[in-house]
Design a binder for this molecule. Structure first.
Ligand code: NI
Length: 157
């Protein structure tokens, strides 16, 4: 496994639309492992999408650090959204900034797991926000493209 370099805003790869994964082979499993390692190595990261490490495939890893562990999503699609809320967000690709973004309160999401099995989840709270943020990455959209306000974070380190 290896920690991958996280691409930062301004890198054109972050603005591209990722390709669906056609086959879950060794290479895809390796990408999932490397992405998880990269996420865990990051400061305060709860989600990472493959384009953020320069890989234009529809792969996302999420760990809300709430004890539920790692969620590996291949070809995630949000199939239903309900409600609306304005939430503060950040992104590993846009360090030192946060912004208020309008997101659905509840989402339903279909994806394929690392074993190739179709999965369906419903989410609200932080997971719903994270799913919307990460699937946006797969379409080349950053939270700063949608944010109603963006502020510079005052870092303590
Ligand atoms: Ni992000």
């Amino acid at each position: 496994m290896s920690v991958l370099e996280i691409k930062k805003a301004g890198d054109p790869v972050l603005k591209k639309v990722s390709e669906p994964v056609k086959r879950i082979d060794k290479k895809v499993k390796r990408i999932l492992k490397d992405m998880a390692e990269t996420l865990y190595k990051s400061k305060n990261g709860i989600g990472l999408a493959a384009p953020q490490v320069g890989i234009l495939q529809r792969i996302v890893v999420i760990d809300l650090q709430d004890g539920n562990g790692l969620l590996e999503l291949i070809n995630p699609v949000i199939t239903k959204k309900k409600g609306s809320q304005i939430v503060g967000e950040g992104c590993l690709s846009v360090p030192n900034f946060e912004g208020d973004v309008e997101r659905a309160e509840y989402v339903e999401c279909e994806y394929t797991d690392s074993k190739g099995k179709p999965q369906f989840i419903t989410a609200d709270g932080l997971l719903a926000i994270c799913l919307q943020h990460e699937t946006d990455h797969l379409d080349g959209i950053l939270f700063t493209d949608k944010a109603v306000t963006i502020t510079l974070k005052v870092s303590e380190d």
